[in-house]
Design a protein around this ligand. Structure first.
Ligand code: UDP
Length: 240
């Protein structure tokens, strides 16, 4: 079931349900893409109709941040919970490992995707890492041709939003992949260059605060996020 939060139609799924849905997409012989919007995406999509369309046309729209879950609740249309992109990605890697499929990592600074790939293979030895490419390319089509030549099944696209979503919607079906996922900074995490918040912080819904503590330069970017909550609360009163 879909739940609309400020113009973005999210799939109302638990992590387990999202993993099941993702596995089914990965088994189907056609291209699919998954997006993992957080409150920053919602604000950006308000001003960028093309981005909003690309998000809403995805095969799965997962609520990546606690801010999306709070917003849905404030609106009066609660979601089952959040499904962090990085956890969905880990579930898809486990699934690919079971079938022995091909993985391509696109994005992040030079060297990061290779490092991430090595670490992923240590945990998932049945996966074939069929290629990596950093995310600072100039020519979108040339980047696509490299991906397509590697014939991936699963493709992580980690270019930051909205670049990664627009790239997937425009070029994804030409890659030959069955499933592409837009994952922001996930390759930095898989490579071990950025650490996720400890579980205790995650359980309290404070992953964002941990990130701010580690990367205080994000403060400017994050300052406008409470706006999403205010807007969501406003939606509820509109309905009342
Ligand atoms: N990135 C990229 N190409 C670009 C811009 C960003 O590959 O043109 C990468 C960047 O190196 C980082 C990721 O995209 O690994 C996105 O990082 P950000 O922190 O913006 O995303 P978030 O984790 O907040 O979704």
């Amino acid at each position: 079931m879909k739940r609309e939060v400020l113009g973005i139609r999210f799939d109302d799924l638990t992590r387990e349900e999202a993993a099941q849905a993702g596995s089914a997409l990965l088994a189907e012989d056609k291209f699919h893409y998954v997006v993992t919007p957080n409150p920053e995406f919602i604000l950006a999509a308000e001003k960028d109709a093309a981005f909003r369309q690309v998000l809403n046309e995805a095969d799965l729209v997962l609520a990546d941040g606690i801010g999306v879950v709070y917003s849905a609740k404030l609106q009066g249309t609660p979601l089952k919970g959040r499904v962090p992109g990085i956890e969905f990605a880990a579930d898809m890697l486990a699934c690919l490992n079971r079938t022995g499929g091909r993985l391509y990592l696109l994005g992040a600074k030079p060297g990061v995707a290779e490092e991430a790939g090595q670490r992923i293979l240590e945990r998932h030895p049945n996966i074939t890492l069929c290629g990596t490419q950093d995310g600072y390319f100039q020519d979108e089509e040339a980047a696509l041709l490299k991906v397509a030549a590697a014939r991936p099944d699963l493709l992580f696209v980690c270019l930051g939003a909205p670049k990664q979503e627009k790239w997937m919607a425009r070029w994804g079906r030409h890659t030959g992949a069955r499933l592409a996922i837009g994952l922001g900074g996930a390759l930095d995490v898989f490579a071990g260059r950025v650490e996720r918040a400890p579980e205790s912080w995650q359980r309290l819904g404070l992953e964002w605060a941990y990130r701010l503590k580690k990367e205080p330069q994000r403060a400017g970017r994050m300052a406008k996020l409470p706006l999403v909550l205010v807007k969501a609360a406003g939606e509820r009163f509109k309905k009342a």
